[in-house]
Design a protein. Structure first.
Length: 195
């Protein structure tokens, strides 16, 4: 028997959770979509997670939404105060996720049913190493988080900044170009430092 939740009960109404990780990813996508109104977003998440029966019980909506939030966060408290930019997106990075599950766990996600909480735990356990010996997803995440300012050589820094731009998340996309004056200043600094 699994330690992962399969049902929620509210006022004697028992709702089966659609636990497949793809459903949770879709719910997260809907939750972040600013083009969808709050009420529609709310109903879509309830419907996807708890099914048509849950939609009929309007008196349970508020509690269902709280349970959906708890379920989607794998029972953990959400840090709503964090100002950190995300370094991963389940939808944008899905190809990297698939390749990483295949290389680390030999799991083909395209034909695997998996509970969202198990999927999330496996995501947290994907190989990651400072020496570069890690899965493709974490190599990309490490590049996104790398501070290019640490590199003194302007040409090398420019290469890293270009690579960061190529793998940047759409919601974080930012141009990493130095002006000609900044380039000259960096080259002068490199000469002074003997680089």
């Amino acid at each position: 028997m699994s330690d992962y939740p399969e049902y929620v009960t509210i006022n004697n109404n028992k709702y089966k959770i659609n636990t497949d990780f793809r459903v949770a990813i879709e719910c997260n996508k809907i939750a972040e979509d600013g083009k969808i109104g709050d009420f529609e977003r709310f109903l879509a998440i309830i419907y996807l997670l708890f099914g048509e029966d849950a939609i009929k019980h309007t008196e349970d909506y508020e509690k269902l939404l709280k349970l959906a939030e708890k379920y989607l966060s794998c029972g953990k408290e959400l840090d709503t105060k964090s100002n950190e930019k995300p370094d991963m997106d389940f939808v944008e990075d899905y190809d990297y996720i698939e390749a990483s599950f295949m290389s680390d766990y030999h799991i083909d996600l395209s034909n695997t049913q998996m509970h969202w909480w198990k999927f999330f735990k496996l995501m947290e356990g994907l190989s990651n190493s400072e020496t570069g010996d890690c899965c493709i997803l974490n190599r990309v995440r490490n590049l996104r988080n790398f501070d290019a300012k640490e590199i003194k050589d302007s040409k090398e820094r420019q290469k890293i900044m270009k690579a960061k731009e190529q793998v940047a998340l759409k919601k974080n996309k930012k141009e990493y170009h130095l002006t000609a004056e900044q380039e000259r200043s960096m080259e002068q600094l490199n000469k002074i430092l003997g680089l």
